[in-house]
Design a protein around this ligand. Structure first.
Ligand code: ASP
Length: 328
């Protein structure tokens, strides 16, 4: 079944108007976003890239679920492109007081906020809102339930491309609570579109393992020591406790022993394998602290790439809006 977001996110000419899902994006579209993101990357210590691609725009961050990296990263990205940015505190927002999300959106729209960045625990909100906003307003999905986190998928792909070059030769392991992870789903979508050689998904049991139809073609493993053999990339994922009942949450130390990415296990991957984690990390649960801080870790690079990727997405979407205006 095609994701509704994949259809809704395009305008009548087929240009990306919103970014709700990575499903349906072509290899060319993804490559263009990654190339633009690479253009915005600066080495540590240098002044960050800036331009005025978003001058005159107002970006509103609406996060109904907690976020540190993604929210701050969207905020910094929008500011570096010359936009005005507002952050709404959705924990104390009107939704709590009973106002519908759409009323909040219409209020922001009336104030000329034209790019809305949204995160929500329920599936479907970004696509729903995208169907109701004015034609010049864009919705960017910053995390939707367990389903989709498109900018995370793009920053992961950019990081792997920087470190490994030709993706068609790369073997990627995604390990941990895959069943509840939007990061895993978006990574799978972008990496398969880019033609990665192999994706292995590893979860310790059936509960944390997704249904096969969600990751068609991926190699499935429950034994982490087998799954990690010879891979180029190890992506560790957090246990998404917020999507489980307390009875379902695994014991942390038993989980670490059985499934955590430790130095000993990492030695079974290729010697030049990189270690990734989307954050927030639970040190010594899904990933050993010395692995997270070790020489193979690219976790801080992922964070830096997050800003560049969000700048690229914002600039691409606003360019498409301008292009549409010229023909109206
Ligand atoms: N920050 C990522 C997300 O929003 C991963 C995580 O929360 O574990 O999905």
């Amino acid at each position: 079944m095609t994701d509704l977001g994949a259809t809704i996110q395009r305008d009548a000419e087929g240009r990306l108007r919103h970014l709700i899902t990575l499903e349906g994006l072509t290899r060319e579209e993804i490559t263009a976003i990654l190339d633009l993101a690479q253009f915005y990357v600066r080495p540590p210590g240098e002044l960050p890239a800036r331009d005025q691609s978003l001058a005159g725009h107002t970006v509103a961050n609406l996060f109904f679920e907690p976020s540190t990296r993604t929210r701050v990263s969207f905020e910094i990205a929008a500011q570096r492109l010359g936009a005005e940015v507002v952050n709404l505190d959705m924990q104390t927002s009107s939704r709590v007081k009973g106002e519908t999300v759409l009323d909040t959106i219409y209020t922001l729209q009336a104030m000329h906020a034209d790019i809305l960045v949204m995160r929500d625990a329920e599936p479907g909100l970004p696509a729903y809102v995208a169907q109701h906003v004015a034609p010049h307003v864009c919705i960017l999905n910053a995390g939707e339930a367990h389903l989709s986190h498109p900018t995370q998928g793009l920053l992961d792909a950019l990081t792997i491309r920087q470190m490994k070059g030709d993706l068609t030769k790369v073997s990627v392991l995604i390990a941990g609570d895959i069943a509840h992870s939007r990061v895993a789903r978006s990574a799978w979508q972008v990496l398969s579109t880019l033609g990665v050689k192999e994706i292995r998904i590893a979860a310790p049991d059936d509960y944390l393992m997704p249904k096969p139809r969600e990751f068609p073609g991926a190699i499935r493993e429950t034994d982490i020591d087998r799954a990690i053999q010879g891979v180029d990339v190890v992506m560790a994922l957090r246990i998404q406790r917020e999507r489980m009942s307390s009875a379902q949450i695994p014991d942390e130390s038993a989980y670490h022993d059985q499934f955590g990415i430790t130095m000993e296990r990492l030695r079974k991957a290729r010697p030049d394998a990189i270690v990734m984690h989307p954050g927030p990390m639970n040190r010594d649960v899904e990933i050993a602290s010395n692995v997270a801080d070790g020489s193979q870790s690219v976790i801080q690079r992922q964070v830096a790439n997050g800003v560049a990727v969000r700048m690229a997405v914002l600039a691409t979407i606003s360019r498409n809006v301008q292009a549409r205006r010229q023909f109206q």
